[in-house]
Each structure stands twice: as structure tokens, then as C-alpha cells.
Design a protein around this ligand. Structure first.
Ligand SMILES: [Zn+2]
Length: 430
């Protein structure tokens, strides 16, 4: 049996319609030089035959081969029109080898998109594995991922829509914070999209882009206790019942407690918390729920408060926080509403710390959203699932300055794209 070595080589390279011109290798790297076997194209201007002008060797990072990094060198033809019809010369195109302007081969680009998008791996890891630059890998993820992200069938009707602010990154020497808003299907735990900023504009425009029918199906709007998102729901989804996530309600009570602790610390000792100050030492115990404190933790906390909190203000705020937590022990919405209303007014008492007064006003301003949780289908399960998902996305994507890149990575990772599409699509032209 005779074996044609050239044919064997082409089989190993595994690309359709290419001639393998040369293979060179070192211990770490295999370089394969190919040219296409495709028929000569016609002139885009006059339709006549074109002539070869010159060739350019273009390098593409490929999938590792037999344990070594691989580089595909594509000897690209440039074509020109001999009849001087005015058409510019052009370079040959072969998407099966590599998409236009891509620095990874087509198959390496699809693989990189799965690694970064579906598995949430850092771009730098994937780039290292391929021996490609960070930009080359990110360009591929954008080119292949964009179509999956923008697939109109990616998400269906949504019953409970959530808005959640996310710190995307800090840039420059002033650590300027860049925020974005995650738009989430709370019921399915799916990231629908990511828009720039944490004001009302981005989410409102996004909702405006959806169909009226789609908006009409949204029965619940889940939000934190912030004005901008409330405005989005008020104006764009006036019929959706607004629900405050218990997580955010607990957070607000905890924040007021922390503020009170820092204020009393400063009033009594005249400086910010240091490691031996009693109020500084109890800050972690204060952030724990009462039922998660054991007897010794409780004793320690009360001791530290007795030492550092002469007027008992921090202790009061600690109790207030626990009372806010108990809002969710009420199962009946009307009883909960009565409870929150009374609590909000009681907290206005001028004998209480000013942080309690503030918290009382917040509770009154949001009492309907807080108590709507009791009647909503937005129960604990999905909310927690979404919070976990959102946290995972933040971990994966934090530090990405470029919004387009952030959006594509976050949605590929948490937006449930149809990965079956990846094999059928051509990369988007950027
Ligand atoms: Zn021509």
C-alpha cells in the first residue's frame, strides 16, 4: 500500500481544500504553512478574470496539535484586475480557515468563544494556551459571540424582571467607578442584558427597544431601594408590581447601623476606628444576624458595646436591624404592611439615633415595594439563584473597561445563549 505523505499531512491538518506547503516544528511549536485550492474568483468590478498579484503570509494561532502550540501560516493570494476597470485589488477569503481580520483560525476562534463565554475562563488563560495575544482572543469572542448574544430567540417572555447595579471596574488614578445595570429574568435566573450606567436611561431605552407585547407580560419588577430603577418601572412598566428584594432591605438596615457605629466612634474617641477600639472590634459581630450569634459571640458583642457606646445608640441600631429582618417573618401582606408602616413611624422618634430616623423614612417610602414581596411569585428561591448568578458574573467580568466586551462576556456566561448556534454561524463583522 502506498501512502502519499502530502495527503497524510493534509488529513492531519484537517482543513478543507488546502495544500500543505511546509511543516516546521520546535519542541513547543508546530508551524504549518498552507494555501487554498479554491477556484480563481472573478473581478468584483467588471466580472472578468483576475490575475495573481502577490502573496502575503498571514499567521493565525490554531488549536494545539499533539500537545504543542500550533500556528497556521496562510499564504494568502492577492488578486488584481488586468483590464484596468478600476476595481481595487483584493485578498482571498476563506472563512473555513479564518474569518476576516481574525488572528485565530476559525476553529480556534470557536473554541476560545466556548472557553471564555460558556465556561467563564479568563481571556488571559485562553490566550496563554493558544499562544495568542489577549486582544486576538477577545476579538474572536466578540466576533463569534455577538451573534449568540443578539439572537432574537435567546430569551422568551418574562414575568418578573429585575434590575441590579454592578460595579464594572475602577479606572484611572482616581479609581473612577464605572457602573452598569444587569437586566435579569428573576424567574428563570437568566441575564437578559447589560446596559451602561446605573441611572434610569440605559434600562429605559432597553425596555423601549422590546415589543409592547413583551413589556405587557411583565407582572413583577424586582429592584433595590434606589430611585433610578423605580423611575424605570414607573415610566416604562407602570402595570408591573414593584418588589423590593429582601437582600437589599437587609442591606439598607445594615448600612445605617454601620454609619451609626462610625459616627459614635468618632464622637467618643475623635478618630476613625482603630484595631483596639471596642466599636471597631465589634463591627463583624454587628453584621451577623442575631440568630447566628452564639452565646459567647453575643456576650462579647454586648461587652464591646458597653465599652464603646455610652449612649446605647449602636445597640439601638443593632436592635432596629433585627426588627427590619423580622418584616419577612410575616406571611400575610396586609399584616406586613401594617407592621412596616408602624415601624417606619416609630423610627422617626427624635430620641432615637438619626440613622434610625433616616431608616424609618426609607421604609415608609418603600413600604409597598417591601411588602409586595410577600405576595409576589418572586419568592426566595429564584431571587437567591439570581443573586448567585449575578455574583458569578461580577467575579468573572469585573475589571473589564470596555462595555461591549463586558456585555458579550456576561451575556454569553449567564444569558443562556443557544450554544448549538455556534457551529452554524459565521463570525460577525466588527
Ligand atoms: Zn475588473
Amino acid at each position: 500500500m502506498s501512502v502519499d505523505p502530502t495527503r497524510m499531512c493534509e488529513l492531519l491538518v484537517g482543513l478543507p481544500d488546502v495544500n500543505v506547503l511546509a511543516v516546521t516544528d520546535t519542541e513547543q511549536l508546530v508551524r504549518v504553512m498552507v494555501e487554498t485550492r479554491q477556484p480563481r474568483p472573478v473581478c468584483t468590478g467588471c466580472g472578468g478574470p483576475v490575475t495573481a498579484k502577490d502573496r502575503a503570509d498571514v499567521e493565525h494561532a490554531d488549536l494545539p496539535s499533539f500537545g504543542r502550540r500550533a500556528v497556521l501560516v496562510w499564504r494568502k493570494r492577492r488578486w488584481g484586475c488586468p483590464s484596468r476597470c478600476g476595481a481595487a485589488s483584493f485578498t482571498e477569503i476563506a472563512p473555513a480557515i479564518a474569518g476576516p481580520r481574525q488572528r485565530l483560525t476559525d476553529r480556534a476562534g470557536r473554541w476560545a468563544t466556548i472557553q471564555v463565554g460558556r465556561r467563564g475562563r479568563p481571556v488571559s488563560d485562553v490566550a496563554g494556551e493558544l499562544g495568542a495575544s489577549w486582544d486576538a482572543v477577545m476579538d474572536a469572542v466578540v466576533a463569534y459571540g455577538q451573534v449568540l448574544v443578539d439572537d432574537p430567540a435567546r430569551f422568551a417572555d418574562v414575568e418578573a424582571l429585575g434590575l441590579d447595579e454592578t460595579l464594572q471596574c475602577k479606572i484611572g488614578c482616581w479609581r473612577r467607578q464605572v457602573w452598569s445595570t444587569q437586566i435579569v429574568d428573576v424567574g428563570r435566573g437568566q441575564l437578559l442584558d447589560v446596559v451602561e450606567g446605573r441611572n434610569a436611561t440605559g434600562p429605559a431605552e432597553w425596555l423601549d427597544d422590546q415589543s409592547e407585547q413583551w413589556r405587557a407580560n411583565i407582572a413583577w419588577g424586582a429592584l433595590d431601594l434606589s430611585g433610578p430603577y423605580r423611575k424605570v418601572f414607573d415610566t416604562m412598566l407602570p402595570d408591573a408590581v414593584q418588589v423590593a428584594d429582601p437582600f437589599h432591605v437587609h442591606n439598607i438596615a445594615q448600612q445605617r447601623l454601620d454609619e451609626c457605629r462610625r459616627r459614635v466612634q468618632n464622637d467618643t474617641l475623635g478618630h476613625r476606628g482603630r484595631k483596639d477600639d471596642p466599636l471597631y472590634r465589634c463591627r463583624r459581630l454587628l453584621s451577623r444576624a442575631d440568630d447566628r450569634l452564639d452565646e459567647s459571640g453575643r456576650t462579647k458583642l454586648l461587652g464591646l458595646l458597653a465599652a464603646g457606646d455610652p449612649k446605647g445608640e449602636v445597640k439601638t441600631m443593632w436592635h432596629v436591624k433585627e426588627v427590619v429582618r423580622s418584616i419577612y417573618e410575616h406571611r400575610d401582606q396586609d399584616l406586613a404592611l401594617g407592621f412596616v408602616d408602624r415601624l417606619g413611624h416609630d423610627l422617626q422618634d427624635t430620641d432615637l439615633p438619626i440613622e434610625a430616623n433616616q431608616l424609618g423614612r426609607t421604609l415608609l417610602r418603600w413600604k409597598h415595594q417591601i411588602c409586595a414581596w410577600h405576595a409576589s411569585g418572586v419568592s426566595n428561591g429564584p431571587t437567591e439563584a439570581v443573586n448567585n448568578l449575578v455574583k458569578r458574573v461580577k467575579r468573572v467580568a469585573f475589571g473589564i473597561v470596555n462595555h461591549r466586551n463586558y456585555r458579550i462576556r456576561a451575556v454569553l456566561y449567564a444569558g443562556k445563549p443557544n450554544w448549538d448556534l455556534l457551529n452554524t454561524i459565521n463570525p460577525a463583522q466588527s
